[in-house]
Design a protein around this ligand. Structure first.
Ligand code: GLU
Length: 445
């Protein structure tokens, strides 16, 4: 089997040079699904694998804008429309200095399977810009979003492609992007998700990724007759995902002892809770992109330039960015007795670290399963928009929880091997089959 995977990967790397993150994401899926493809003649005949790794469409465009000093700035803008087999393209926009077409191909590819796992009718896509939003004023961000949407609007629509937020794109940016879309398209539709609840957004969408991750971890621990109550948890990042996770972790009786930023991490043994969680929002709104402010305000330890994985915990949840937890981090976590590592960001754990955690037979879940609550609640926002209705907080939260429980069940169904749930395998196969079957049904398109 590994030779089939290697030869397919040689093909992918040759066709997509210089895109290491995309190769990493494809290899992980192909390793899981190759046995299914090899034993399903219809998939082989229809060249499902060769087709699924090629985006249906990718647009790249210029984003010229003017900063507050009157200087003209030029950024790159992209939208990768990866798969519409089971619904309109759906996935976030990332504004971050390290964004390239390759990054967005990795994220768009992951999104196909994640969205499939939610059971909602959403295809996979991703977009963004190499913009570094740090230190930008509100007006600068508005002008940037207007310039970005000035091109993007002709490629999206409520039944075509529905972007949302991701790193660097939150409620403020979605507002500016929506305003420009509405003006250019002359229609008020659910073309973006993550909108403010006053004008079409869904309750619980801001918290949804972190809530969903926490519900998923609770399901994982349940398989061991355990729960989050009384557990010590490390989070990385301090953005939207970490914030939502901290809120739900507190509610379920766990103690979050770390959060982090590009400057280092803070260790708060008494727990990131109450007003300290609210402070995460203030830190984000300040645009300073540092957590040292937390350490100064609440008088806790700050570890400059370090990652939080050296702190002994029961559950570790990387919530920041791809490849932020490596083999050495995994070894340290295992040595310190970690019971569960759950990806809340997209692909934050490097492949060798994933293998180490799986070999040690601890609970490990990939982002495409565990963090699907964000996009799932985007799907619920689309449903509410299509009905011109709002659902209550309780209703959205109950549906989110049920979706996360179903995703967990799918992982267990396809990933159980000798009493151990391989969540990577389960998520990949469970997500893949639905998309592959839809591609067969729809013919060669
Ligand atoms: N960016 C989030 C993700 O990685 C959310 C996407 C969405 O809501 O469309 O899944």
């Amino acid at each position: 089997m590994s030779s089939a995977v290697d030869s397919f990967m040689n093909y992918v790397v040759a066709k997509n040079p210089n895109e290491p993150e995309f190769h990493q994401a494809v290899r992980e899926v192909v390793e899981s699904v190759m046995p299914v493809v090899e034993s399903t003649p219809a998939y082989k005949r229809a060249k499902i694998l060769e087709r699924i790794v090629e985006p249906e469409r990718a647009v790249s465009f210029r984003v010229p804008w003017m900063d507050d000093r009157g200087e003209i700035r030029v950024n790159k803008g992209y939208r990768v429309q990866f798969s519409s087999a089971i619904g309109p393209y759906k996935g976030g926009l990332r504004f971050h200095a390290n964004v390239t077409l390759g990054t967005l191909k990795f994220l768009g590819f992951e999104q196909i399977f994640k969205n499939s796992l939610t059971t909602l009718p959403m295809g996979g896509g991703k977009g963004g810009s190499d913009l570094d939003p740090r230190g930008m004023s509100d007006n600068e961000m508005m002008r940037f979003c207007q310039a970005f949407m000035g091109e993007l609007f002709r490629h999206i629509g409520p039944d075509t492609d529905v972007p949302a937020g991701d790193i660097g794109v939150g409620g403020r940016e979605i507002g500016y992007l929506f305003g420009t879309y509405k003006k250019l398209a002359k229609e008020f539709t659910g073309v973006l998700t993550g909108k403010n609840v006053n004008w079409g957004g869904s309750l619980v969408r801001p918290e949804a990724t972190g809530f969903g991750v926490t519900y998923f971890i609770e399901e994982m621990l349940k398989t061991k007759g355990d729960s989050l109550k009384g557990k010590k948890v490390s989070l990385s990042g301090f953005g939207n995902v970490a914030w939502g996770a901290a809120l739900k972790m507190q509610e379920l009786g766990a103690t979050v002892v770390t959060i982090s930023g590009p400057d280092g991490f803070i260790h708060d043994p008494n727990g990131v809770k109450g007003e300290k969680i609210d402070f995460m929002l203030q830190m984000r709104a300040s645009g300073r992109d540092r957590v040292q402010d937390y350490a100064e305000k609440f008088k806790v330890e700050f570890h400059a330039g370090k990652r939080p994985w050296m702190v002994p915990v029961d559950v570790a949840v990387p919530c920041a960015i791809q490849n932020e937890l490596d083999e050495n981090d995994a070894r340290t976590l295992l040595k310190n007795g970690v019971k569960c590592v759950c990806e809340a960001a997209n692909m934050p754990v490097v492949p060798k670290a994933v293998s180490l955690l799986q070999e040690a037979k601890i609970l490990f879940a990939p982002g495409k399963a565990a963090n699907a609550g964000g996009v799932a609640t985007s799907g619920l926002e689309m449903s509410q928009n299509a009905q011109h209705l709002y659902w209550s907080r309780e209703e959205v939260d109950a549906r989110l929880k049920q979706i996360m429980q179903r995703i967990h069940q799918t992982c267990a169904t396809y990933g159980t091997e000798q009493n151990y749930v391989n969540y990577v395998k389960g998520a990949n196969i469970g997500g893949f089959i639905k998309v592959a079957d839809a591609m067969l049904d729809q013919g060669l398109v």
